[in-house]
Design a binder for this molecule. Structure first.
Ligand code: WTA
Length: 656
């Protein structure tokens, strides 16, 4: 973000006070900040009481060996029990847990907590039958169908950490994740529906399985949900239909209580190197964080609210705010399989109207695309049920915030702009709907229990009105415990930059305004944010150089009106590839799709004769970003060869 946009942003002076009706009955009121500040651990212990523990903890936090935290030490619980059984036992078995809305219109299912409990129990029994034991990893590669939720909870129930891989990822991306966490079983489906047509998933699993086998890792079983009915290749030794294994299994299953620190799941996310990081979350602290924030930040009223988070289950938002948070809280929620604009552009608003959604959580990129289509579309629907709106995944620009509040929320709804990460597990910085006078574009302040700061290079807090790095200064229950199999990378990535102070380095830049409120500006490392999805520049570069015609590649995230950032690639072709042929750009885009997945497809690929490098050989992405964003190229004095930028610019101008 340029300095100019930044100062415009900070001049933003619109304020939206909490509506009195929400303020009066808010779950979290202003006193929570004081209570949390007075005794942070006691405050978190109070939040942990939201859960049912089989054995109570004897110590809230063990931070004796930082950065390796243990929360609620000695406590035992079962996450699946907390998300389903306890609601049934409390007499709320008939309450709808999921209003599932399929992609084909009228393909819907309402699932109550009692039904969910039975289904999760059957799936847990089936997984055990397939040989999955406590601690074994299970990969889940599914569309947004109820079985995805059931599969996650069934894994949690038997203490088998799941790793959900986004259905839009390629076979190669799936294979590298299967190998990294040594998954024993994969749960998938024949396919899913996308914009009215079935699209296959199982072939990618077959391909990934073959790939991992050639690298010496065996996936023992693949459990396949029949969703579309399309043809699939079948390996009798490995493949098992979900309906054969699960439907006939017993609905009786006694959940075992696991240690508070038992691994719950591994979620892969992009880092600054080519290899995705497996972020490890454990049970007690993570569930406490999700449950507390979902209740407090969205002001959930269990018996009257209808909640909807539009995120895919393949991302952390789907984990924390579609599965673990809402279900631990016994909420009724919508789960939608399709895209926002299929079969027509008002589909989301239709769903809000049909189900009387009261709390809606989505990403700025979606809001911007609706803004572009015009308010005539949402204006056709009655969305007066909405009372709170949430935003996540990237900075929300003030115009999008105001449009969201005004057009979707009818000016009644506070907008909670929630900052957090896969690593933080749960929301860290956000307005509170009953307390905070919201400023469009600002995530405002750390929520009660969380301590965040904006610091300079030395780790000293910056004064109000200045920018720096966003850090979390105290441990929190839902924090990542490590990177799967790589404690060293965990220390290096998050804890080495401000090791003197012991701060967690988030990788984001931020600014404190004159009131001390926080404005998150975006990544300060080689991670891009495209439509709210994290992508690593190096991962895409590795994909490009794995193409036989490419000698070198550099990737940058360039500002994009719709997607926040877009992938722009600069490639040098191998001599023998000549000019690469007419379709070289198309060929390379296709190659990246295959290697990583459609979300990583570069918006633009530029074939260049050279790349700008420092004397030590580091690519200066800053300069390439200038080119990609059509700006005058900045300071080139640290380049080994300063004429390189002229070469690049002239090549691009002449359309090469
Ligand atoms: C960005 C998604 C500004 C940020 C939950 C962070 C945001 C990365 C916001 C994490 C927000 C997320 N304002 N930026 N409200 N929320 N981000 O791991 O750069 O997919 O580091 O988690 O998204 O992305 P992740």
């Amino acid at each position: 973000m340029s300095e100019e946009t930044l100062s415009n942003l900070l001049k933003e002076d619109r304020r939206f006070e909490p509506p009195p009706a929400i303020a009066e009955n808010a779950n979290l009121k202003a006193d929570a900040y004081e209570r949390a500040a007075a005794d942070r651990e006691a405050f978190w212990a109070e939040q942990a009481e939201r859960l049912d523990w089989d054995t109570k903890w004897d110590r809230v936090l063990d931070w004796d060996d930082p950065p390796f935290a243990k929360w609620f030490v000695g406590g035992k619980l079962n996450a699946s029990y907390n998300c389903v059984d306890r609601h049934v036992e409390a007499g709320r078995g008939d309450k709808v847990a999921l209003h599932w809305v399929g992609e084909p219109v009228d393909d819907t299912r309402d699932i109550t907590y009692a039904q969910l409990k039975d289904e999760v129990s059957r799936a847990a029994n089936a997984l055990t039958e397939l040989g999955v034991g406590t601690g074994d990893r299970v990969a889940i590669y599914l569309p947004m169908i109820p079985e995805a939720v059931v599969a996650m909870l069934a894994c949690a129930r038997i203490g088998a950490p799941h790793t959900v891989v986004f259905g839009g990822f390629s076979a190669d991306a799936l294979a590298s994740r299967l190998e990294d966490c040594q998954a024993k079983v994969v749960i998938t489906s024949d396919g899913g529906y996308r914009r009215g047509a079935p699209s296959a998933l199982k072939p990618a699993v077959d391909e990934a399985r073959a790939k991992t086998a050639s690298n010496g890792h065996t996936v023992e079983k693949v459990l396949v949900v029949r969703r579309t009915g399309q043809d699939v290749d079948w390996d009798d030794d490995v493949d098992v239909w979900w309906h054969d294994a699960v439907d006939g299994a017993s609905a009786d299953h006694t959940p075992e209580a696991f240690d508070s620190e038992h691994p719950l799941y591994v979620m892969y996310t992009s880092g600054t190197t080519g290899k995705p990081k497996g972020i490890l979350h454990t049970t007690g602290g993570y569930l406490t964080g999700c449950s507390y924030t979902h209740w407090g930040v969205f002001d959930l009223k269990r018996d009257t609210d209808v909640y909807w988070c539009s995120a895919d289950i393949g991302w952390v938002t789907g984990h924390s705010y579609m599965v673990y948070g809402p279900l631990a809280n016994g909420a009724t929620q919508v789960m939608y399989e399709g895209t926002p604009d299929s079969p027509e552009r008002g589909r989301w608003w239709q769903i809000i109207q049909d189900y009387g959604v009261t709390i809606f959580y989505t990403a700025p990129t979606a809001i911007r695309s609706f803004m572009k289509q015009g308010r005539e579309i949402p204006d056709k629907y009655d969305m007066s049920s909405l009372r709170i709106l949430g935003s996540v995944g990237e900075p929300i620009n003030p115009e999008a915030y105001v449009w969201y509040r005004h057009v979707i929320g009818g000016d009644r709804t506070p907008v909670v702009d929630t900052w957090w990460q896969t690593e933080t597990g749960a929301i860290m910085i956000s307005p509170l709907p009953g307390v905070t006078a919201g400023k469009p574009g600002s995530a405002m302040t750390p929520i009660p229990g969380v301590s965040a700061e904006v610091v300079d290079e030395e780790g000293t807090p910056v004064p109000n009105g200045s920018g720096g790095y966003l850090v979390l200064t105290e441990p929190w229950p839902s924090m990542l415990r490590t990177i799967w199999g790589d404690d060293e990378r965990f220390r290096d990535t998050y804890w080495s930059r401000f090791s003197k102070q012991g701060y967690y380095f988030a990788g984001d830049g931020a600014k404190k305004d004159e009131d001390g409120d926080i404005w998150v500006l975006g990544r300060v490392d080689d991670v891009m944010n495209v439509s709210g999805h994290r992508l690593s520049t190096t991962e895409i570069e590795s994909a490009l150089v794995s193409h036989p015609k490419v000698a070198e590649a550099a990737v940058v995230g360039a500002k994009d009106e719709d997607t926040g950032q877009a992938v722009c690639a600069f490639v040098i072709l191998r001599d023998e590839a000549g000019d690469g042929g007419e379709d070289i750009v198309k060929e390379l885009r296709q190659h990246v799709r295959k290697e990583i997945g459609p979300i990583a497809t570069p918006r633009q690929i530029m074939v260049v004769p050279e790349l700008p490098k420092t004397r030590s050989g580091k690519i200066m992405r800053r300069l390439l970003r200038d080119v990609a964003e059509h700006r005058e190229v900045g300071d080139v004095t640290t380049l080994a060869d300063s004429s390189v930028m002229d070469l690049i610019s002239s090549g691009i101008d002449s359309g090469k």
